[in-house]
Design a protein around this ligand. Structure first.
Ligand code: SAH
Length: 241
């Protein structure tokens, strides 16, 4: 779980690298056993503040003090934070993305959030673009909360966005077609592909606010809703109780 992604195994990093170097990129494809292939427009990974969804803008506005941008990708949020005069460290497991961020002037390090040798005290830990994804599975919740407990400065908080995927299973009468014996309904499996580079499949979880609050409580945290989006999406803050 605390591995890093080298260039040959990293489709998203390769796409980010191409776009950074040339201003364009090929198709970044997402495969999943749950739905048809999807495409992530690579330009969107370089979105500027005014093109960001309102929840992300809100997250950046709320970020204070010593900030950690987790899974920072192209560094879009870190760049915007720097432009706002805020102090930010970006981490990512993608070698290529970290290289791009460093070339863009972001203070970026090749670090996996779960690597216990990474230490620091942050007032705000940002996890954006379905930030709960990095938790991977509900079974990892305790491990996740232990890590952020360790990385938060006193009074600090994690600001994270996610969505309630219940709408994918909702019948017209509002009832839910979810088999309780199945895995949690927000758990997806993803595999990325770019220009013939096929990444390893990975778990990527969307966590509804109620479930996030439950695990927060179990681990000595409290979850607060900061804002709700227009389509089952939300922005929340996690802080130590
Ligand atoms: N936050 C960025 C990128 C989101 S994509 C944006 O909003 O545009 C998710 C990113 O998280 C990818 O760049 C991926 O390499 C990184 N990532 C995945 N697991 C991680 C982990 N355990 N620690 C740090 N980064 C991780």
């Amino acid at each position: 779980m605390d591995t890093l992604l080298g260039a040959g195994k990293d489709p998203m990093g390769a796409a980010i690298y191409d776009f950074h170097k040339t201003g364009k990129a090929g198709k970044l494809i997402v495969h999943s056993s749950m739905f048809d292939d999807d495409e992530i427009p690579v330009a969107d990974l370089f979105r500027k503040f005014d093109k960001m969804p309102a929840l992300e803008q809100k997250a950046l506005e709320c970020a204070t003090g010593n900030i950690l941008d987790v899974g920072a990708g192209s560094g879009c949020h870190s760049v915007a934070l720097q432009e706002m005069g805020k102090k930010c460290l970006a981490i990512d497991i993608s070698e290529l993305s970290v290289k791009v961020m460093q070339e863009r002037g972001v203070d970026a390090r090749l670090v996996n959030l779960y690597d216990e040798s990474f230490v620091g005290q942050f007032d705000t830990i940002l996890m954006l673009m379905n930030g709960t994804g990095i938790i991977g599975r509900l079974e990892n919740m305790q491990k996740f909360f232990n890590r952020i407990k360790y990385l938060l400065a006193p009074g600090g908080r994690v600001i994270v966005d996610s969505s309630d995927l219940r709408y994918l299973y909702e019948e017209e009468d509002g009832s839910l077609m979810i088999d309780l014996a199945d895995e949690y309904y927000g758990l997806l499996d993803y595999q990325m592909e770019y220009k013939g580079i096929l990444g390893e499949p990975f778990d990527w979880i969307y966590v509804d606010f109620e479930t996030l609050s439950y695990y927060a409580e179990q681990n000595g945290f409290k979850a607060e809703m900061i804002a709700e989006g227009e389509h089952y999406d939300y922005l929340a803050a996690l802080s130590i109780k």
